[in-house]
Design a protein around this ligand. Structure first.
Ligand code: AMP
Length: 403
């Protein structure tokens, strides 16, 4: 099929969800799981190299032996050298239980992804990656559009019933509201006694017109992406500029891979001691912790008081705080945390840059729960830790988070 695509001068080929296999039951689905750098995916890397074509491979059952969890439903974008340019783990798992009719619980054999993934540059345009059921969540596609997407892709294995009712409507709606091309490669036909897929792989243009479609007898369809046409549609109806973001907003907690140091008031926090970054916040280890696990989460933008943050910054900060709290409670096997902000000097704030203290708590760790007194005075009484000590702690959290 890739060869045929290349003969038609295609620059990129899209495969459907479960292009690796569709298991007959939960156990088989888990047991057959493959690895991102294993033999099966590497064959696609070779073919991409041989034919000088980009490949959209998603999602497959991605078993990571270093992680003690069910496989991720992973979508890889490979370039013409077979190198991975983007990896996305499906965020919304498909769980449908209609007693007596259909039961498909993806969460029983897959682990949900945890991160938004930025659109990736490809020879056909900037591509936003999502998988199947994700198509029902327009916040995701709108966020991708805000991040520059020109094409949205939804490889799928839609059930027949939901496909009949919603497939084309959902794809066209996503194309119209984001003014992106939508490419949706889909499984089709009967896979086993219990499972069939709706099919109808299609490509929709930014005006909402279906410009290519497969059928039971046509196994591949071809489409031309015109970014000039996309710009024309966007100029004609600039809906993005007409959004009332003063009344509603799209707040997303994006993960950042930056390695830069960040200013924390007058202090420069080195990237070595930062163990998590979102789009607008960062989490770092403390110079003078009141106990093991006492870390700080702060907005990247330097502001003194909580109320100076924008709504998206406030949302991002506290979404990050809860993530870090979960991490620490799990790391320290704690069942409670103190989460606190000393907002202004009279409240005990010593560093004039908003920060949230996150401290995992265990029974009896502070006599009479005197944590607030300790917190207020700890800067004067405690000795600063060494850079090495702080770096090791941040490394430990980073590894734990990745696991
Ligand atoms: P607050 O008293 O609420 O303003 O808390 C300030 C916190 O920042 C204290 O927990 C300090 O230990 C911590 N801190 C101050 N300077 C640094 C630094 N350079 N790196 C990491 N933590 C710091």
């Amino acid at each position: 099929m890739i060869k045929r695509a290349k003969q038609r001068d295609c620059q990129m080929a899209f495969f459907p969800e479960c292009f690796d296999y569709i298991g007959r039951n939960r156990d088989e689905t888990i047991a057959l799981g493959i690895e991102e750098d294993g033999q099966y995916i590497n064959q696609f890397r070779e073919v991409a190299r041989e034919h000088r074509i980009w490949l959209s491979l998603g999602g497959f059952h991605n078993k990571d032996p270093s992680k003690n969890c069910l496989p991720f439903n992973t979508y890889l974008v490979l370039d013409e050298n077979g190198e991975t340019r983007s990896r996305y783990d499906k965020l919304h798992l498909f769980n449908l239980d209609l007693p007596g009719r259909i039961r498909l619980m993806e969460s029983e054999f897959s682990t949900a992804g945890t991160d938004l993934v930025l659109p990736v540059d490809t020879p056909i345009g900037k591509l936003g990656t999502a998988i199947c059921y994700d198509v029902r969540f327009p916040e995701l596609s709108l966020w991708q559009r805000y991040k520059g997407a020109q094409i949205l892709s939804y490889p799928a294995a839609f059930t027949v019933n939901t496909g009949l009712a919603h497939w084309e409507t959902l794809l066209r709606a996503r194309a119209i509201e984001t003014q992106c091309y939508v490419v949706a490669a889909a499984q089709t036909g009967k896979h086993n006694e219990k499972r069939s897929s709706y099919g109808h792989s299609m490509v929709v243009d930014p005006w909402g017109a279906v410009i290519a479609q497969c059928s039971e007898t046509v196994d591949m369809c071809f489409a031309e992406i015109s970014l000039d046409y996309l710009d024309e549609v966007r100029a004609l109806q600039p809906v993005l500029d007409h959004r009332r973001s003063d009344l509603y907003s799209l707040i997303a907690n994006e993960r950042s891979e930056s390695k830069e140091s960040v200013q924390f008031g007058p202090n420069t926090i080195s990237s070595d001691t930062i163990f998590y970054r979102s789009g607008k916040s960062f989490a770092f280890v403390n110079l003078k912790p009141v106990k093991a696990g006492h870390v700080l989460v702060a907005p990247i933008r330097e502001v003194k008081r909580l109320a100076e943050l924008t709504d998206p910054e406030t949302a991002d900060l506290f979404i990050t705080v809860t993530k870090i709290q979960r991490l620490l409670e799990s790391y320290y096997k704690a069942e409670a945390s103190t989460v606190t902000v000393q907002d202004g000097p009279d409240a005990g704030q010593t560093v004039p840059h908003v920060h949230v203290h996150v401290i995992p708590r265990t029974p009896g760790d502070f006599r009479d729960n005197e944590i607030y007194t300790v917190l207020e005075g700890h800067e004067d009484v405690r000795k600063p830790r060494t850079e090495e000590e702080m770096k090791t702690e941040a490394d430990n959290y980073r590894n734990f988070l990745n696991r």
